[in-house]
Every structure is written in C-alpha cells, then in structure tokens.
Design a binder for this molecule. Structure first.
Ligand SMILES: Cc1cc2nc3c(=O)[nH]c(=O)nc-3n(C[C@H](O)[C@H](O)[C@H](O)COP(=O)(O)O)c2cc1C
Length: 172
C-alpha cells in the first residue's frame, strides 16, 4: 500500500485544484479522497453528528504516513469542505473515546497542495495549516502552489511539482 494519501476539497472536482492534485497523485501513484463525496457536517459542540463520514474517513487516513491536503485559496483561506474537515478535528480533542485518533495523528506528516490567482499562497493561508498541524502534533512537510491567474497551466508548475514529489519521496 502507498504511504501517502490526498484529501481534496474544492467547489468543483475538475477545476484548477482538482487537476493539480490529480497530476500530483498520478506522479505519486496515490489515491485522492474528494471531501464532497463524503457526508461531513460542520462542527457541532454537542457532537450529534459523530456518526457521519468524518470518523471513518480519518480512520482510513490513519493507515497512511503522509497526508496531503489539497484546496484552492478562497478568500485567504481553504475551501468550505476543507475548513469543515479541519474544524471537525476538534472532535478528537473533545470526545474522550476519540482521543486515540488524536494520538495517532501525531505520527503523521502533512502537506498542502493549493491553487490561487496569486504568485504564491498567502503566508496567512499556509500558516493557518502549519499552526493547525502543530497544534494537533502533526509534522508539517511543506506545500506546493499553482498560480492559476491565467488558467491552469501545468507546464508552469512542473519544476515546483518535481521538487514537491522529491520532498515527499525523500521522506518515505
Ligand atoms: C470564492 C473564491 C474566493 C477566492 N479567493 C481568492 C483569494 O483570496 N486569493 C487568490 O489568490 N485567489 C482567490 N480565488 C481564486 C482561486 O483560488 C483560484 O481560481 C483557484 O485556482 C480555484 O481553484 P478551483 O478551480 O479548484 O476552485 C478565489 C476564487 C473563488 C471562487
């Protein structure tokens, strides 16, 4: 089994971020989980949604050493499905029976794959991921960004993607 998996969230499956992560996933020979195919509801203080698809998905992710989070930049932050996923990690901090999941996450390394219409991902966007990973005890591995200001232009990202793939493979 591959040691890497990607979790993807965007308002469209085959847009810029979808194409970008599919290319990277093909290079790495890994699977991409599209959050829009899952029933994951927003964070609930009462955890009445604990039976939705979130916990089974995280248990699936725990089988991998490295997790790639793929999202466009929407208003300086991640897409709604990605933000919802991140918010739900609070379940591991709140619900005693889920604390083992929180502990297992501390053995993981996480990466960010993102697209926007800017030269680079805003530091606030990347830092939100970095800080969240740090809070959860997950090692941050790095990110790759595609500037889609003039549309998705795969050739423009080739050397960044090669570096990113090397980064992931070197650490395997
Ligand atoms: C709702 C929305 C908000 C956006 N906010 C930003 C932003 O804050 N900074 C930026 O550079 N691009 C922004 N963009 C542009 C997208 O990040 C960019 O087009 C991205 O490649 C879209 O990926 P997608 O095809 O997966 O949706 C925004 C686009 C949308 C639709």
């Amino acid at each position: 089994m591959s040691k890497v998996i990607a979790v993807f969230g965007s308002a469209r499956r085959h847009g810029n971020t979808g194409k970008f992560i599919d290319w990277i996933a093909q290079e790495l020979d890994i699977n991409v989980v599209d959050l829009s195919t899952k029933n994951i509801s927003s964070y609930d203080y009462d955890h009445k949604n604990i039976e939705d698809d979130f916990i089974p998905l995280v248990r699936q992710l725990l089988k991998y050493k490295k997790i790639i989070f793929a999202t466009p930049v929407y208003w300086y932050g991640p897409s709604v499905p990605m933000k919802t996923f991140i918010d739900r990690t609070s379940d591991f901090l709140d619900v005693p029976s889920l604390k083992d999941i929180g502990r297992e996450l501390r053995q993981k390394t996480a990466y960010v794959v993102c697209t926007s219409i800017s030269d680079d991902a805003d530091s606030s966007f990347i830092n939100a991921f970095k800080d969240t990973f740090e809070y959860l005890g997950i090692t941050y591995g790095g990110y790759v960004h595609a500037n889609c200001h003039d549309g998705y232009q795969q050739n423009h990202y080739r050397s960044d993607v090669e570096d990113f793939i090397r980064l992931i493979n070197d650490e395997l």
